[in-house]
Every structure is written in C-alpha cells, then in structure tokens.
Design a protein around this ligand. Structure first.
Ligand code: SAM
Length: 333
C-alpha cells in the first residue's frame, strides 16, 4: 500500500481556478503588466500608472506573484520573461487580444453548461452553426497567436520559386496561415476560404501584409462550395477538430481533388499522443470541442493518417510546432 497521504489540494486548486482566470483578465484590462514594463515597481507606482487605488493593485500583484506572472523583490514587482514577452502591450508578441475571444460569453457559457451537455450528448451552443458570429471575434482577436506556427509551417513546406504557385487556406479567419505562405513565397497566389462576413477581416489583413494583389476569396461552406483546382498547397488549420472522422475524411477527399499531382495538404491541429491524455495542451482541447460542437474531438496522428489515407493521400509526417501546442500533419497527393 502507498505511504502517501491524500491531499485535497488538486480539488481546491481546481474549484478555485476561476480566481486565476479573473485575476489575469483584470491585470490585462488594467494594463498592469504594461505599467511595470522593464522597470521593477512598487504597488504605489503601479497603482499610479494604472490610475487605481493602491490596495487593489497590491493584492492583485501579490496574487500574480504567487501564480508566477510576476516576481517580487522587497516591495518591487517585476515581469517574468514570459509576462514581458506575452502580456506587455508594448511587446510585438502581446497575447492580450486573444483573451477577448477565449473568455467571450459564448465560450464561457458553453463551459458552464457542461453537465447538461454531457447528459444530452450535444451542446446548446454550436460553433459549427453556419456563419456563427463567434468567428468574427476569433478573426479579430486570434491572429497574433498564430504567427509563430504559421511561419514555422511556411518554412517547412517550401514552394517552387521558378513558377507561379497556388495556396488555398481553408477556414482562413484572420488569414495568418495563408499570409505567412504568401510572404515567404513571392510568386504564390493565396485563396482564402471562410464564411463571407469573416473574409472581410481576412482581406483587410492581407492588404495590411502587402499581398492584396495576390489574394482572392471563396465564401461559403467548405463542405459544399467549389474549392477550385490545381493548388500546390491546401492549408487546413484548426478546422477538422470540429467534425467527426467520417466528415473529416469526406472533406479531405475534396481537398485531394483540388490539389495538383504532388501537391500537399497541411493539417494544423491539437494532436495528442496515442494515449489521448498527453501532452496536456493538445489532449485537453477535446473538452473545448465537447462543450461547443455536436461531434468534434481531438484526433491522434494515427487517426489523421487513416483519414488522409482514406482520402487518397500518402507520405504522412507529423511535425510538432514547438513551443506551441499545435502540430502539423503534412501529406502528399
Ligand atoms: C477555429 S477557427 C480556425 C481559424 C484559422 N484557420 C486558425 O487556425 O486560426 C475556425 C474557422 O473555420 C471557419 N468555419 C467553420 N465552419 C466552416 C465551414 N463549414 N465552412 C467554412 N468555414 C468554416 C470559421 O468561420 C472560423 O474562421
């Protein structure tokens, strides 16, 4: 028998996990990390910069220190490397806008209803509803988060520089994935596919990235709209997890038909190990699909390989996109 004594710590940490969420959201809303910046500061100094009474800033700063977002030396608080990189509005890698989507009422409500969702077998809120407005917020807020993996994939899949090439970005949203390809390959033409209202944001971002003259749109349901043909690469980032394996395979057959011979499909997604419980970041994403889609899930590399093989692809390879939780599966027509 084990000599370890039982601890209720995990129970209390989990029951109180929303404290952490709300404290971080308050700090982002108040600009607390930006107020500290590169200068270790006292609670009074931070409070003055955030234009708040000192008590709240002191208690919040101590809490954020306990949670690992700040360090404290005497009475001075400073940013950790991660906080300086991702939580200071002056950093190019600032992640704050993603909180507006990840904590949007639609998604939070979907989690509040988890018990009934599991009993019923399907959620009340379904992100798979055509033109669901949540995808406008996603397109506005989530682009910066995807820049790292998007550039990583563009580097992994070089295009022929001696001719005009064609890239299709399925579920383009903010457009970050396709735009990374267009920027890396000056002779590539990018076609972005998404719901019509979302594509207005994609087009704005393509213009801001300087690729408007090599950009076009396909609006509508990716399962039924004409995808076009002869693409060198079809990107499928964070799309397949919304659907069941049979629908994913049906969709991948359409992608196969739209590629030129030798063309490649790039599936980017949360891909857990075969045990389905490691690594934590990708394995936990299944719960998001349970809370917001009728049939979505996370799929392992073996499951993606089977879907891709059934759709006619060969030469599957898995590429973890470290340090993010995303991975890419690349396969060839
Ligand atoms: C999770 S987001 C992924 C966006 C982007 N690819 C990324 O990786 O950040 C899903 C996107 O798929 C789009 N979408 C969902 N269902 C769709 C469908 N049936 N046809 C076309 N687009 C769809 C949504 O509008 C949204 O932009």
């Amino acid at each position: 028998m084990s000599s370890a004594s039982p601890s209720p710590q995990l129970y209390f940490d989990t029951i109180n996990a929303f404290h952490k969420t709300e404290a971080l959201k308050a700090a982002l809303d108040l600009g607390l990390f930006t107020a500290i910046g590169r200068t270790p500061s006292t609670a009074a100094e931070i409070a003055a910069r955030c234009e708040c009474p000192e008590r709240g800033i002191r208690i919040l700063s101590d809490y954020l220190t306990v949670q690992g977002f700040l360090t404290k030396d005497g009475s001075h608080y400073a940013l950790t490397l991660d906080s300086a990189t991702f939580l200071d509005r002056n950093s190019p890698a600032y992640l704050g806008p993603s909180a507006d989507f990840l904590l949007a009422p639609t998604l939070v409500e979907a989690f509040r209803d988890l018990t009934s969702t599991i009993r019923r077998g399907t959620p009340e809120v379904k992100s798979t509803t055509p033109e669901h407005p949540m995808w406008l917020d996603f397109a506005r807020c989530m682009g910066p988060m995807m820049v790292g993996p998007a550039r990583g994939i563009a580097a992994l899949v070089p295009l022929d520089a001696d001719r005009e090439t064609k890239v299709l970005d399925i579920s383009a949203s903010h457009g970050t994935y396709g735009i990374a390809f267009a920027q890396q390959n000056p002779r590539a033409h990018l076609t972005a596919l998404d719901w019509e209202p979302v594509l207005a944001i994609t087009a704005e971002n393509a213009k801001a990235a300087g690729i408007a003259n090599r950009f076009s749109k396909i609006a509508g349901d990716a399962f039924t709209v004409d995808l076009g043909s002869d693409y060198d690469v079809v990107l499928v980032p964070n799309f397949l997890h919304h659907f069941n394996p049979a629908d994913c395979t049906r969709f991948l057959r359409r992608v196969h038909a739209a590629l030129r011979p030798g063309g490649r499909v790039v599936v980017v997604d949360f891909i857990p190990n075969e045990d389905r419980v490691t690594p934590p970041g990708s394995a936990s994403f299944g719960l998001v699909m349970l809370s917001s889609t009728p049939e979505g899930d996370v799929y392992t590399f073996a499951e993606y390989s089977k879907m891709l093989a059934d759709a006619g692809f060969h030469g599957f390879a898995l590429h973890p996109l470290l340090p993010t939780t995303a991975s890419a599966v690349i396969a060839t027509k």
